[in-house]
Design a protein around this ligand. Structure first.
Ligand code: PLP
Length: 353
């Protein structure tokens, strides 16, 4: 482990010897020959490509990683494992996480305040948040909640391990939807939990065997392949996102980007993250204005999801009724900034504002 994400993304799995291949092979076998001297029994229990992906993620986050078939599978698995009394959720949070936490299939209570959390409760901090890119002070939260015995989980999907390091700031767990930046090519689904305490990751892995939530071979292989270039991608995407945010600020009244001085969490983001990230949200006047604008984009693809190499635009209220009605979320990809800004310019020229 070098401690530098550019090196760790490429060599974090170097200790796992897997033949002479420079690129990791895809292991598809569901079971293993038990006459060989090996700890491998059955793919739901152990899987070599999965282990390699987990080794790289562990190196990047500075903890012990366990991977799942989707981000939501990671959310559900961790909460089932922790089995808390109460779960704090911020007001702006991924709508799937809200649906899981507030659903009626569990015994925990959802709460919107950190004040009365106590031992055995969970604070679920999503930072930056989806879709407004609001930033939570992880170090301040862990300093206050840790001594009270509250488990702090950070959904760091928007930041990636390259831009922010929640475990170093005192969090107990980091969660990612690796479907987003970690995979990075809109072709694999996955989720990750990284535990600060290795004993916790061993228990999570044991629970995964029984829950049957091992991800598929192709998904973990594609995620590992994508992860090699994560540092390069997220830094370039952040740079383009910052240029787009500055442009948008001159064109629309509300822009949500933590790298802008006008963002309510600008100072905190500057301390906690190495860039403002690669998601920019902005608001048009109404639901109708946003809905009419979306089909006019020609470079941004109109789709759900984010974090891929291609830029994506989504009218969030079309999938999340709690999102501001006129909010468009941009996931900024690897195209030239000028082409993306020209696309926005032609859309905004026609938009009712
Ligand atoms: N957390 C955040 C912040 C997300 O944006 C998403 C998906 O968009 C998830 C969790 C869930 O991940 P997945 O779609 O991989 O299940």
């Amino acid at each position: 482990m070098s401690g530098d994400p550019f090196t760790d993304a490429l060599h974090g799995d170097a200790a796992i010897v897997d033949g002479v291949d420079v690129a990791p092979p895809i292991h598809v076998s569901s079971t293993y020959d038990r006459s060989e001297q090996t700890d491998l029994v059955y793919r739901r229990n152990q899987h070599v490509t999965t282990r390699r992906l987990e080794a790289v993620l562990s190196a990047l986050e500075g903890g012990s990683a366990v991977v799942y078939p989707s981000g939501m599978s990671a959310v559900a698995s961790l909460l089932r494992y922790l089995n808390p009394g109460r779960v704090y959720l911020p007001a702006d949070v991924y709508h799937g996480t809200r649906a899981y936490v507030t659903g009626d299939r569990h015994s925990w209570q959802a709460t919107e305040t950190l004040d009365d959390l106590a031992a055995g409760d969970v604070a679920w901090l999503e930072t930056p948040s989806n879709p407004k890119c609001l930033v939570i002070d992880i170090a301040a939260a862990t300093a206050e909640l840790g001594p009270r015995g509250v488990t702090v989980v950070v959904d760091s999907t928007f930041a990636t391990p390259v831009l922010q390091q929640p475990l170093a700031l005192g969090a107990d767990y980091v969660m990612h939807s690796s479907t987003k930046y970690i995979g990075g090519h809109s072709d694999a689904m996955g989720g990750v939990i990284v535990a600060a305490d290795q004993n916790r990751s061993i228990e999570l892995e044991a629970a995964r065997v029984i829950d049957g939530t091992i991800p598929g071979s192709l998904d973990v292989w594609l995620t590992l392949r994508g992860l090699r270039t994560l540092p390069l991608r997220i830094l370039r995407q952040s740079e383009t996102a910052a240029a787009i945010a500055v442009y948008l600020e001159s064109r629309v009244p509300i822009v949500w980007y933590p790298g802008l001085t006008s963002h309510p969490d600008f100072e905190l983001a500057r301390r906690q993250m190495s860039t403002g990230g690669a998601i920019v949200s902005f608001e048009l006047d109404s639901h109708a204005a946003a809905a009419e604008a979306v089909p006019r984009f020609t470079v941004f693809r109109r789709a759900s999801s984010l974090g891929g190499v291609e830029s994506i635009v989504e009218h969030r209220a079309s999938v999340n009724p709690l999102a501001p009605p006129g909010l468009l979320r941009l996931s900024v990809g690897l195209e030239a900034a000028d082409d993306l800004i020209a696309d926005l310019e032609q859309v905004l020229a026609l938009a009712k504002q």
